[in-house]
Design a protein around this ligand. Structure first.
Ligand SMILES: Nc1ncnc2c1ncn2[C@@H]1O[C@H](COP(=O)(O)OP(=O)(O)OP(=O)(O)O)[C@@H](O)[C@H]1O
Ligand SMILES: [Mg+2]
Length: 579
């Protein structure tokens, strides 16, 4: 276990702090359960001696004491568990919330480099692991330590000679058992890893079932799965070998050790050095101690794992979030929407060596429309995400004469609506998805927005209208329907700046025409950036920006650009008119 990691783990204390009183009381109960566990063998031995009248108590008296010990033990355990779990539940809920809160505020560049599945597992699995450790393993570790230390001390009071004899063999055997267990663990880890791989195949196949079927790749996927399963079996069998040895070892050595102790103790009883009750006590302690030493290894492994998980979770906190104001009640500024870009240069942080935008300049006045055209990969969507402030870049983008950094991310984004290239809806109803653009919108505004987006009619045709659930990621709607909901969501926000990234690309020409009419209406009075492949949609724009490999090839009005017969725009135009 790394020292730094442990130090980090202690930072979790912050989340437990508000409940430290409960935690402390729980801890006291934990100590008490340890104490009662140690008292138990003592009184059991006294019971045996009481039979012969050697302990000074009657059988009934010792029975009563034992009953009391057990009652106390049960009550203490209840409070220990209840208090620890309640502290952990509350503390870890706070941790979960804080991780999510932090994560959602991290810049887009962070998510470009992280796998969603991994982040997911951090919030769910890793924190669950920490939770188990806090509620069970830590307490168990302390309890076992109490039993080992307390048990050994108690043993010395019974018989120093016998204790020394016991200490010479039992811990030795227990330590061997631990080492053996470690090897066993390695195989179970390998098996786990292979199982995780097989799960990935399973998941991929289910998610991409359409692709699998379309390519009749069922057999291919099954074979991949089979190959990994073979490995699972291979490691499983090796593990079984170790497991078998382990069981043999445990039976032979642990029980052998206990037999040795009992044998030696019996000799001491014969010689009258200890009583039969003391022998009984002694054997019980020995079994307790042996079990605790064995148990501690597993608990230790669990704690090491939890410390690792803690490190992963806390790593999220080391990332610097965007300067956005998540809290509600942010003063809203209404921007007019004059946009000016000067020498904008940009590379994605995840691929620093590739310059995606190489010095972009353009200017567009409030209420004007700018079309951004260019071949796939030329940087159109990238430019749009820079205007939204998704990434840091070199150069300057100003709105109404103020740089977007100075405006601040929250006010900036409150003034911009984007209909992205790939529309993602959230699970929930159609209504919720549209109101996402403006939760305070009235019913009339909602209907107005859907009508503008040409979505009203199809929504009314849905089984439950606005209350229809769209399914996981909106999968129960067609691509075009999703896009129109996204347009309605953008409209209801009433932004000064509108960014349409291929907003009509997944519509049929009929709906496209209709949505185009709708969009023309939406764009009225708003500065609009329109990214489009099809030129039919950009005839009426004020300016056209032709991007090629991250550079501005041409910039001007339609009439200006067609003057240059050999220019990129004229060429693209000709190509499209031919088709
Ligand atoms: N998140 C990302 N991380 C790294 N590189 C990216 C990322 N997104 C896009 N790119 C790269 O940046 C370049 C420009 O991409 P962009 O999405 O801006 O193109 P585009 O003009 O919108 O293309 P299309 O018309 O196909 O949508 C491409 O070469 C692409 O591979
Ligand atoms: Mg794009």
């Amino acid at each position: 276990m790394k020292k730094g990691a442990l130090k980090k783990a202690f930072r979790l204390y912050r989340f437990i702090r508000p409940y430290r009183f409960s935690f402390f009381v729980g801890f006291v109960f934990l100590l008490l359960t340890g104490a009662t566990a140690i008292a138990f063998p003592k009184f059991m031995g006294m019971m045996v001696d009481a039979v012969k009248g050697e302990s000074g108590f009657t059988v009934n008296q010792v029975g009563l004491i034992l009953a009391l010990v057990i009652v106390l033990q049960s009550v203490f355990s209840f409070f220990r568990i209840y208090l620890f779990v309640s502290v952990a539940e509350r503390g870890l809920a706070a941790l979960r919330i804080e991780v999510f809160q932090h994560l959602i505020r991290l810049p887009k560049s962070y998510f470009d480099t992280q796998r969603v599945g991994e982040l997911n597992s951090r919030i769910s699995n890793d924190i669950s692991l920490i939770q188990d450790t806090f509620t069970t393993s830590l307490a168990e570790l302390i309890r076992q330590l109490i039993i080992i230390v307390g048990g050994i001390i108690a043993l010395f009071t019974v018989s120093v000679r016998l204790t020394l004899f016991m200490l010479a063999i039992v811990p030795l055997v227990a330590v061997f058992a631990v080492i053996f267990g470690k090897a066993l663990q390695r195989f179970s880890k390998l098996t786990q890893k292979k199982l995780a791989e097989s799960n990935t195949i399973l998941e991929e196949s289910m998610h991409g079932i359409t692709t699998v079927k379309a390519f009749t790749a069922e057999l291919f996927q099954v074979n991949r799965y089979k190959a990994i399963m073979q490995d699972v079996v291979k490691y499983g069998l090796k593990g079984a070998l170790y497991r078998g040895f382990f069981a043999t070892f445990i039976i032979f050595c642990i029980f052998g050790a206990i037999i040795a102790v009992v044998w030696y103790a019996a000799i001491l009883v014969q010689d009258g050095l200890i009583t039969l009750g003391e022998l009984f006590t002694f054997v019980m302690y020995t079994v307790f101690i042996g079990a605790s030493i064995g148990g501690i290894a597993a608990i230790y492994a669990q704690i090491v794992k939890a410390v690792g998980a803690t490190e992963e979770v806390l790593d999220v906190f080391e990332q610097t979030p965007e300067k956005i104001q998540v809290e509600s009640g942010v003063e809203s500024i209404k921007l007019m929407g004059n946009i000016q870009a000067q020498d904008v240069q940009f590379s994605y942080p995840s691929r620093k060596d590739v310059q995606v935008l190489k010095g972009i300049d353009f200017e567009i006045k409030q209420g004007q429309k700018l079309a951004i055209v260019g071949s796939s990969g030329s940087g159109k969507s990238t430019l749009a995400s820079l205007v939204m402030g998704f990434y840091d870049f070199d150069g300057l983008i100003q709105i109404d004469g103020t740089s977007i950094q100075e405006i601040g991310l929250t006010p900036l984004r409150k003034n911009i609506s984007i209909v992205p290239q790939e529309t993602l809806l959230f699970g929930g109803s159609v209504r919720e998805n549209i109101l996402y653009g403006n939760p305070k919108a009235s019913k009339e505004e909602l209907i107005e927005a859907t009508k503008t987006a040409n979505a009203y009619d199809f929504i009314m045709d849905l089984p439950e209208g606005f209350d229809t659930l769209v399914g996981d990621r909106g999968m129960q709607l067609s691509g075009g329907q999703r896009q129109r909901i996204a347009i309605a969501r953008a409209v209801i926000k009433d932004p000064s700046i509108l960014i349409l990234d291929e907003a009509t690309s997944s519509l049929d020409s009929e709906s496209e025409k209709e949505v185009q009419i709708a969009l023309d209406q939406v764009m009225q009075g708003r500065t609009s950036l329109i990214i489009a492949h099809r030129f039919s949609t950009i005839k009426s724009v004020d300016k056209i920006l032709v991007l090629e490999q991250g550079k501005v090839k041409e910039f001007g009005t339609h009439d200006q650009l067609i003057q240059n017969k050999t220019g990129v725009y004229s060429k693209l135009l000709k190509l499209q008119q031919l088709s």
